[in-house]
Design a protein around this ligand. Structure first.
Ligand code: MN
Length: 204
């Protein structure tokens, strides 16, 4: 994943909003990084911020495209889950699990809920523009074909709202992944364990 490599100008530009929102002297979140070897990192982070949500991230062009999914993915193709597009994140974020200090942007506990690879089923650049991404997820928990469909803008603002929908295949189900799994896919820790072990000094 090579944080020793300096990110390209294009990646730096894509991460401007990410960097502007954070004080890296305070938050343990990664500052920037170059893309992964596969170029197709997939990650979901469970994030206990102001309200709990799941951050879905798909690597494209050296950054992680990101959506905040309040209820997490549903395995039922009939259930559409709201997914709010958020700022692109550095690829190194795909390994981040820990605690963002309370007064910082996104303050709260972050758990690596799933990690793996993804493959677009169509041209992803065209899909982003047209507002429909169809893709296959190869995570340890989330699998099979999924779609992200743009549905509008949150509150008429510049934040895009999308819907995350399970496509029909043999990875559908009734129970939510968020109900099935309560621990980190990478470290096996619960949200409480992460919060206790990784709380910054002087907090709480
Ligand atoms: Mn988040």
């Amino acid at each position: 994943m090579g944080s020793e490599h300096r990110p390209s100008q294009k990646v730096k530009k894509a991460l401007e909003e990410y960097r502007a929102k954070r004080d890296f002297a305070v938050t343990p979140e990664p500052k920037d990084s170059e893309g992964s070897k596969s170029g197709r990192l997939f990650v979901i982070q469970k994030h206990d911020a102001t309200s709990e949500h799941f951050d879905l991230r798909l690597e494209l062009d050296g950054v992680l495209l990101s959506w905040a999914v309040p209820k997490g993915p549903s395995l039922d193709p009939a259930t559409r889950r709201l997914a709010m597009r958020t700022e692109d994140h550095p690829v190194a974020y795909g390994d981040f699990e820990g605690v963002i200090p309370e007064d910082e942007y996104g303050g709260g506990t972050v758990m690596l809920f799933d990690q793996g690879r993804w493959e677009p089923n169509d041209d992803p650049h065209e899909g982003l523009e047209k507002g429909k991404l169809s893709f296959e997820v190869k995570g340890t928990r989330m699998k099979g074909n999924w779609a992200l469909v743009r549905s509008g803008n949150v509150g008429g603002g510049d934040r895009e709202s999308w819907l995350l929908i399970k496509e029909k295949d043999n990875h559908t189900g009734q129970k939510d992944l968020a109900d099935k799994h309560k621990t980190s896919a990478v470290t096996g820790r619960s949200m409480e364990e992460i919060a206790q072990e990784e709380s910054p000094e002087g907090q709480g």
